[in-house]
Design a protein around this ligand. Structure first.
Ligand code: ZN
Length: 150
């Protein structure tokens, strides 16, 4: 698994994550991070416990890879920040293409903010519709996000 630091500049979705429940296999004596049906430390048979956590993007869109979730220590756990995973359509940018090598400048104008958010809304209309159907609070923001990409 590769992990990179990234600075993303552009339009992105901020979604209020619902709480989701899942079954987790655990040692009844609280020993953690083990594989297999029995605890290697105390020999007890594992049991399935229901655990809750804020939903992640893959919980909401099981088979949709058009959006990618951003991860970072500064990101509130109950909020999902999602950026587009598709190439921008010609003339319809959603984010700045910042090339790491060499110098350069990427001016941001007030018009760009509106334009990039509109383009994002257009390109990911289907995903945004799903969020509305699921009654998940969300908004399109424009900004700089420092994150990890897996
Ligand atoms: Zn144990």
């Amino acid at each position: 698994m590769g992990m990179d630091h990234n600075v993303y500049v552009g339009a992105y979705l901020e979604i209020e994550a619902p709480i989701t429940e899942y079954g987790s296999s655990r040692c009844p004596n609280g020993h953690a991070y083990q594989v297999g049906d029995f605890c290697p430390r105390c020999g007890a048979q594992k049991e399935t416990v229901m655990v809750s956590r804020p939903a992640r993007l893959w919980d909401i869109f099981a088979d949709n890879e058009n959006l990618t979730e951003l991860n970072g220590e500064g990101i509130k756990e109950s909020h999902i920040l999602a950026v587009g995973n598709l190439s921008d359509k010609p003339g319809k940018p959603t984010h700045l293409r910042i090339v790491a090598q060499g110098a350069g400048q990427w001016p941001i104008t007030p018009d760009m903010v509106e334009e990039y958010c509109d383009n994002f809304q257009e390109q990911y209309a289907e995903e945004i519709e799903c969020l509305k159907d699921a009654m998940l609070k969300h908004q399109i923001n424009f900004g700089v996000v420092f994150c990890y990409w897996y």
